[in-house]
Write a protein that binds this ligand. Structure first.
Ligand code: NAP
Length: 310
C-alpha cells in the first residue's frame, strides 16, 4: 500500500526543520526526509555565533540536533534516506525513494545547497585524500601539518581559523585582494599569526594522486600569471555553494544558477502545492536564520494551500 501523506518536507537543515515545527503545530503530520546531509550545512560547521537565543553561541551540530528534537517533540516524523526522483506533474505529488514511492498533497523543498567544487581535473579523486570541503570533519587529520583553504567568504575564514587549532600553518588563497567575509572574522584572521594570505591567486592544479594523496598546489598569481608551488597536506575548498535542485530540472522553474524560482515574499513555486525554502531558493542571504524564517513561511503557505485558502 503506497504511503500517502499530507505534507512532505525534503531536507533537514534550518529551513526543513523550521517548516516541520510549524507544520507539526498546525496538525499537518509532516514527514521530513532527512536527505544526504542530515542537519544540512550547519551540521558540518563549528561555533555559530549569530543564531539568536544563545548567549555564548552554539555548535552547529548541537543546534541542528535541538531543532530536530523540537520537530519530533511536536509530532513531525523524520525519515532517513534520500529522494531519488519526483513527479510534480500529478496530484498527489509523487516522491521516489529508491524502491519506494511516497505520495503527498503538498511538498516543501528545503534541500539546501552543496559545496561548489574548484573544477580541477583530479579534484574528485583527491577528495578524502587531502582535499576536503569540511574543516570540522577533517581538520583533526592535519595536526602538525600545513594546510590551505581556498575562498574569501565567511566559510573560508571560519575554516581557516578553525584549522589553526591543528595545523602548523594555514594558507588562505583568495582570488581578490580583499576578503568578502564579515569584518569581525576578517580582523580575527588577519591578526592570526598562523594564517598566511595568498592574495589574487587561484589554485591552478592539485599535486599528488590517489596513492600519494595531495602533496601540494600549483598557484597562479592572477595579475602576473606567475605560477608557484605550495607544499601542503590538505586543501579545504570553501568557494560557495550550488543549489541541490538536479531532481527538479524540467519540473519546476529554476533560474540560470539552478535556484528554485519563488515569487516575491512567497515560497510558492510555479507548481501548485510545491513550496521551496532556504538555500535552495535563496542565493543572497544564506543564513541559518533566514533559512529558518523561509521554512516557517513555507509551512504557513502549505497550510493555507491544504485548507483550500490559496
Ligand atoms: P560566499 O560568501 O559566496 O564566498 C565564496 C568565496 O569563494 C568568495 O570569496 C569568492 O570570491 C570565492 N570564489 C567563488 N568561486 C570561486 C572560484 N571558482 N575560484 C576561487 N574562488 C572562488 O560563500 P560562503 O563563504 O560559503 O558563504 C555562504 C553564505 O553563508 C554567506 O551568506 C555567508 O555569509 C554565510 N556564512 C556565514 C557564516 C557566519 O559565521 N556568519 C559562516 C559561513 C558562511 P569573490 O569574493 O571574489 O567573489
Amino acid at each position: 500500500m503506497p504511503q500517502q501523506r499530507t505534507l512532505i518536507i525534503l531536507g533537514s537543515g534550518p529551513a526543513g526543520l523550521s517548516a516541520a515545527i510549524y507544520a507539526a503545530r498546525a496538525q499537518l503530520s509532516p514527514l521530513v526526509i532527512r536527505g544526504r546531509q542530515p542537519g544540512g550545512q550547519l551540521s558540518t560547521t563549528t561555533l555559530v555565533e549569530n543564531y539568536p537565543g544563545f548567549a555564548n553561541g552554539i555548535e552547529g551540530p548541537q543546534l541542528m540536533e535541538a531543532m530536530e528534537a523540537q520537530a519530533r517533540w511536536l509530532g513531525a516524523e523524520i525519515l532517513d534516506g534520500e529522494v531519488t526522483g519526483v513527479n510534480l506533474q500529478t496530484q498527489p505529488l509523487a516522491i521516489q525513494m529508491h524502491d519506494e514511492t511516497l505520495y503527498c498533497q503538498a511538498l516543501i523543498i528545503a534541500s539546501g545547497a552543496s559545496p561548489r567544487p574548484l573544477g580541477l581535473s583530479n579534484e574528485r579523486e583527491l577528495y578524502g585524500r587531502g582535499v576536503s570541503v569540511c574543516a570540522t570533519c577533517d581538520g583533526f587529520f592535519y595536526r602538525g601539518q600545513e594546510v590551505a583553504v581556498v575562498g574569501g567568504g565567511n566559510s573560508a575564514v571560519v575554516e581557516a581559523l578553525f584549522l589553526t587549532r591543528f595545523a602548523t600553518r594555514v594558507h588562505l588563497i583568495h582570488r581578490r585582494n580583499q576578503l568578502r567575509a564579515a569584518p569581525s572574522l576578517t580582523t580575527r584572521a588577519l591578526s592570526n599569526d598562523k594564517i598566511v594570505f595568498h592574495w589574487e591567486q587561484t589554485v591552478d592544479s592539485l599535486l599528488g594522486d590517489r596513492k600519494t594523496g595531495l602533496t601540494g598546489l600549483r598557484l597562479r598569481h592572477l595579475p602576473s600569471g606567475h605560477i608557484e608551488e605550495l607544499n601542503c597536506a590538505g586543501l579545504f575548498v570553501a568557494i560557495g555553494h550550488v543549489p541541490n535542485t538536479a531532481l527538479f530540472t524540467g519540473q519546476l522553474e529554476l533560474d540560470k544558477e539552478g535556484f528554485i524560482v519563488t515569487t516575491g515574499k512567497s515560497t510558492a513555486t510555479n507548481v501548485p502545492g510545491v513550496f521551496a525554502a532556504g538555500d535552495v531558493q535563496e542565493p543572497l542571504f544564506r543564513q541559518a536564520i533566514t533559512a529558518a524564517a523561509s521554512g516557517c513561511r513555507a509551512a504557513l503557505e502549505a497550510e493555507r494551500f491544504l485548507s483550500g485558502l490559496s
